[in-house]
Structure formats: C-alpha cells, structure tokens
Design a protein around this ligand. Structure first.
Ligand SMILES: [Zn+2]
Length: 698
C-alpha cells in the first residue's frame, strides 16, 4: 500500500508550481490575452472564465526554454479545445492513455518487487536493484518536456481545495473527472529538489531502522531484569507494543511499563546514552539513566540531538522545494493537497475529542478496571481489545484446514463476498480481479491501476496452511482489494478512481476484518464486543490526536523559526509536547510536563503522516455505524463507486453526514454505560456463585 501511495502522491498532490511566480513569470499578461483573443476568434465556445484560468495556469509553468512568447500563443491557440465535445473527446483519450502509462508501470513495479514480496522465490543479487527501479521517476519532467502537461493544464485547469469543497457538490461526475485531471500536473519542481528530500528521508529512515534497545541489558530500579538477552525492541513501535502487551501480565506488568515509559522519554528528550542504542555492552537503568560495565558506572555520552538533526534535515529539504508550489508551505500541501482536509479542520476535530467530557469518563472506567490510579503510560491502555472467547489453537486448526494454500483461499473469496451480501455474479466479478499470493512480510494489498489487471492480495500462508493471524490479515487486505476493484471499474472515468484518502480504504479493510469470525461461521458470544470496540477506538483517538497536534505544532514552529539548530528544535518539540500534555492529559493522569507525545518515530521519518490515523479512525467509525444491521454488499458497491471526491462530500453521500467526532462521542457515552452494567452483572454473578459454593460446603 505504502509504496503505491507514494507514486500517487507525487502525481496528485494538488499544488500549483510557480516556476517564476505570476509576478515574475516568463509569459506576459499581454501574451495571455493575445492567446485568449486568438482562441475566441477560432470560435471557441468554452466559458471565458475557464479560458482565463487555463491560460494563466499554463503561463505560470512556461519558461523561455519551452518557447518564445509567440510560440506560447501559437501553442495555446492550436491546443485549446474549441467546444465541449472536443474537450470530452480529449478527456477520453487522456483517460485511456494515462491508464495505459500508469497501469503498466504499476504492473512493472509489482513484478520487479515479486521476489521480495512473495514467499518461495529464490533471491538473486539483482533483486534489490530491480526493486528500487521506478519507471515513472521522470514522468513529470517528460510530460512538461513533450508539452502534454501544458495541454492538460490549459484545458483541465487546477481547482483549489476550497473551490472543490464549496462547489464540488454541484459538479457532475464527469466535471469531477476534469477537476481530478487538473490535479495531475501541479508542480514542476526540478529533479534535484525531489532528490534532496529523498536523501533526507532515507537518512532519517536509516537512523530509526537501527534504533533498537537491547532489553536484556535493561534493569528496573529494584534491580530486576525482565527481558532475555535476545529481546531487541525498535523505537517507538516495538517498545510501545511491548508496553501494551504488559497489560496482560498481572505480576510485573506495571513495573515493565514504567521502565519502557522511561526509555521512550529518554529517547524523546535525548538524555539517552549513545552506548545503549543498538548495543549490548552496558547495563542500563532507565529510571536514573545510569550505565554500568562489570559493576563499574560509566558516564556515557548522550545522543546529542541526533534525533532532531534528522527532523531538521527533512524540514530544510522540504522547505527548499516550497518555492515550486503555490501553497505557502508543506503543512498546507500535506493537509489540503493529500488529505483534502484543511489543517484547521483537522485540529478542530482533534481538539473536540481531546476536550470532550467522555475522556474523563473513559479514564475513570479504565482506572476502575485496572484497580489503580492511572499512569501517563496508560494512554496506551490495551484492555478494550475484544479478545475472542475462542481458543487460539482451535482457530488456527479451523483456518489451516480450510485454507491449506493460497489457491484454497482464492477459491473461497467469492463465497466470502456472498456471505457479506454481494450477489453471486458481482462476487465472481470482483474476485476474478484479485490474485492471492503467500507473502514474505505481514501482508499487503497492492492495487491495480488499469482495468484488465488484477490487484494483489498478500498474506502469510505457512507450510501447514493459513493460521488464524494470516487469515485475519487476509480478510483485512481483501477489504482493500474489494475497494480497489470497485473504485477502478465502477467509477465514471479513470481520474475519479480511488477514494478521498488512505483513511477511506482502511475503513473498508477494517469493516471486513471485524467480521472475520462471522465469516468462518463462528459467533462471538461476548455481548459487549461492539461497545469494547467503540471504547478502543475512542482511547486510540485520544492518544493519537495528541501526537498529531504535537506533529503539526512542530512543523508550524519550524516554519516560524527556519534558522533554528537541532538543540533549539529539541527544546521547542519538548515544550510543545508538554503544552499539549498539560492541556489535555495532565488533568486526567495528574502528572504534568510529560514529553511522551513526541516519541513517535513517524514524526522523524514521515512528516505529518500521524494525522492520517485519527482521520482514518473517524471515517472507519462513521462507515461502520452506517453499515450496522445493513446488507454490506450493495452498500459497499454503491459507496465505493463514487470514487475520489473530497472527504466531506464523499461521507455526506455515503453515510449522510460529514467528517465528525460526534458519532464516536455519542457511541462512547453509551458504551461506557453498557460495559459498566456488564461488569456489574459479572461481579454479581461471581458473588452469587461464591455464596452458593459456601452454602454447599457447609
Ligand atoms: Zn490496511
């Protein structure tokens, strides 16, 4: 998913590049109006407003190397469509040809990556080189050089997010297609700008990829070592997941959690000693930060802001490319261009949930369940995950015998769709466009980008068949494949394919995944499963929305202080993290000035990506709530055939409401009540059993 999304981002991020800027661009106003007169003289019936917009946007990109003023006027006169019929004919041809280019190149990438993605293919020394090859690396440049980009821009100009949001509801799907085509060539950044961003990202990725903590060398302040020598945990994912897993350890869970919390804090504030990162030479007490070799204390050198140097390098590379875009900065590009939600709207949604009264209610409930006061690390409380009452071994044996290999799973996919309410012919059609492979990694769904090609469903399938985990992930990925197929085949035109942003495809994947037991013919006896799911989503949002705010504020600070050094950046990030913590978390956890919200590795390697998670959670929740009790098949076919609208228009048409925290907040209040009643009931039943037992023993 990730990789393919990158290609799309490069092509579709909506921004207008100002090669020279309207004020100092090469093409003059006079040339633009001469071109317009010539076009009108030719008998063009397209609205003058659209002619002005198309010419002015094309003029912004045209340099002297592309031709003289007269050549610009000639080019526009020749290539501007005369009427709507001509325009639609051009649009159709562009749909066909871009589908050919993007679709086949996507297939090339899938095939070149096959040895590293699919199990059972012997590796050769050339695999990595082919895997890194990108046939579309110079696509943008080529399209400007052969002037195809100019033909697209003048006939299908770009519209801003505000224009899409304000007018999009009145556009036909064909007009929407024109507008999406107008998102295709919106910057002419030189390859060197792209390269320096890639180099900065690669350096940050490399820094985080090697950031392991050898847990066998970590001791508690009570001199206990909880982990064996072979346990290595990567920041922050591995450490956080271990912290979450410790909720199921009633004896030393809390102690382990506070150790991991200290580690994450020291990584974030950079007091961690360099010698405990990815090394096992020193015994480390994270609470006091003392390090020892053979019982002798060694004062290790701290990491010295390396973490923030990576972030700074990312910022500088990205900022250097700002001049090629119309939007003033990367924050606007990421939010308005990619998520199609303004940063203000995202912040408003996040702050709404963070300051909702439900936070306190859920926190009190967690504290009651844990039987202790809350600690700051309880932002990662994991006890709402509805654990299946089914025995894991039994589940494994069911799925391995049902799905001994990829073919068996592929053969059953149409039946799965029929169970979800799709008609048999529609189920067969969709599944004929999905290919199942056993995966090397955890699994993924790789979309097809042209009709006639298949999307790829990859999940783990062992020698003995597909275990329950492989099946569970397989069903999630299948949800992606179903979205990918419907939103490619059933949309009006090629440029409308897809969904508003990643959150929307994840929403369908989770809708499928949540029904995995039901699809095996098993029912979960737990009456409060849905309520627990709601509380889990709510608590996840509460945690990640704080992280997202820190990420956003950090980028705003960097733009306000472009000359800052790594030390100043570190201090700023820590004070932003504390500020967000003190506002929304300290009143709940009764501890001030925590920096933990800045511990996410995404903040360093994947700028402003974290916000995609809470947006996805909200979409997922709204979709699930709408589908509850309905036949999924026909609804999914209707909803995902709408294609790439903006998030609010899509949601309004899909589920009848815009992107909102309200459904989740309402459901959370109800869930707290239900689960509290359920817990009371269980307690009462246990008491009664005890009393009966006592009576019997007397
Ligand atoms: Zn997914």
């Amino acid at each position: 998913m990730k990789k393919i999304y990158l290609i799309l981002t490069v092509l579709l991020v909506s921004s207008i590049m100002l090669n020279a800027g309207p004020s100092n661009r090469y093409i003059t106003e006079h040339s633009c109006s001469k071109a317009k007169s010539a076009i009108l003289r030719k008998g063009c019936t397209i609205s003058e407003k659209l002619i002005d917009r198309g010419l002015s946007q094309a003029a912004n990109f045209w340099t002297s190397a592309d031709g003289s003023q007269d050549e610009f006027i000639d080019f526009c006169t020749k290539n501007f469509c005369k009427n709507l019929e001509e325009k639609d004919r051009l649009f159709e041809r562009l749909c066909t040809n871009f589908e050919t280019i993007l679709g086949h190149n996507n297939r090339v990438t899938i095939e070149l990556l096959r040895p590293s993605h699919v199990k059972g293919i012997e590796s050769t020394p050339v695999d990595d080189i082919f895997g890194a090859y990108n046939g579309l690396a110079h696509f943008n440049e080529d399209m400007f050089n052969n002037k195809l980009a100019f033909i697209v821009i003048m006939n299908f100009p770009h519209f801003t997010l505000r224009e899409k949001v304000n007018n999009g509801d009145n556009w036909t799907i064909r007009q929407w297609g024109y507008v999406r085509l107008g998102d295709l060539f919106t910057n002419r950044a030189p390859a060197s700008a792209e390269q320096s961003i890639n180099a900065a990202t690669a350096a940050a990725e490399n820094y985080i990829a090697n950031y392991n903590i050898h847990m066998g060398m970590v001791w508690s302040d009570k001199n206990i070592r909880y982990w064996s020598q072979d346990v290595k945990l990567i920041t922050h994912w591995g450490l956080r997941d271990e912290l979450k897993a410790a909720y199921s350890d009633p004896v030393s869970g809390t102690d382990k959690q506070s150790i991991i919390y200290n580690i994450l804090t020291r990584i974030t504030d950079q007091t961690i000693a360099e010698d405990v990162i990815d090394k096992s030479d020193y015994i480390w007490y994270p609470s006091t930060n003392q390090t020892y070799v053979q019982r002798v204390e060694i004062k290790g050198k701290s990491e010295n802001n390396k973490r923030y140097e990576c972030l700074l390098r990312n910022f500088r590379a990205i900022k250097a490319s700002d001049e090629y875009y119309e939007e003033d900065n990367f924050i606007t590009r990421k939010f308005e261009g990619e998520y199609e939600i303004s940063v203000e709207q995202a912040e408003k949604l996040f702050r709404e949930l963070l300051s909702s009264p439900q936070v306190k209610e859920v926190a009190e409930f967690i504290s009651k369940r844990l039987g202790r006061r809350l600690h700051p690390f309880d932002i990662w409380y994991d006890g709402f995950k509805a654990r299946s009452s089914m025995d894991q071994n039994k589940l494994d044996s069911i799925t391995t015998s049902k799905y001994p290999d990829a073919e068996a799973f592929a053969k059953d996919l149409p039946n799965i769709l029929v169970k979800l309410g799709f008609t048999r012919p529609r189920a067969e059609f969709i599944c004929n466009h999905v290919t199942v492979d056993p995966s090397v990694g955890a699994g993924h769904a790789w979309e097809s980008m042209m009709k006639g090609d298949n999307s790829m469903l990859r999940t783990r399938i062992g020698a003995n068949g597909m275990d329950y985990k492989g099946y569970n992930i397989g069903i999630h990925e299948f949800g992606h494949n179903v979205e990918q197929t419907i939103s490619l085949y059933e949309v009006d035109n090629y440029f409308m394919r897809g969904v508003p942003n990643t959150g929307f495809t994840e929403a369908l994947a989770f809708t499928f995944q949540n029904r995995d037991l039901e699809l095996l013919g098993l029912t979960n006896n737990d009456t409060i499963t849905d309520d627990l799911n709601t509380l889990d989503i709510f608590w996840n949002c509460y945690e990640i929305m704080g992280v997202s705010l820190v990420d956003i504020k950090t980028w705003q600070w960097m733009y306000a202080h472009p000359k800052a050094n790594a030390e100043q950046l570190r201090n700023a990030v820590l004070s932003i993290a504390k500020e967000v913590w003190n506002q929304y978390y300290a009143p709940i956890f009764k501890e001030k000035d925590q920096v933990i919200l800045a511990c996410y590795s995404h903040i360093i390697v994947d700028p402003l990506y974290v916000s995609a998670y809470p947006i996805g959670h909200l979409v997922d929740f709204q979709l699930e709530q709408y589908l509850d009790g309905k036949k999924i098949g026909p609804e999914v076919e209707r909803i995902f055939a709408m294609g790439h609208l903006t998030p609010d228009i899509w949601l309004q048409r899909a589920v009848g409401q815009k992107l909102s925290t309200e459904p989740l907040l309402t459901a959370t209040s109800k869930a707290i009540e239900d689960v509290a009643n359920y817990d009371k009931q269980i307690k009462k039943e246990k008491k009664e059993v005890k009393v009966t037992k006592k009576k019997k023993s007397k």
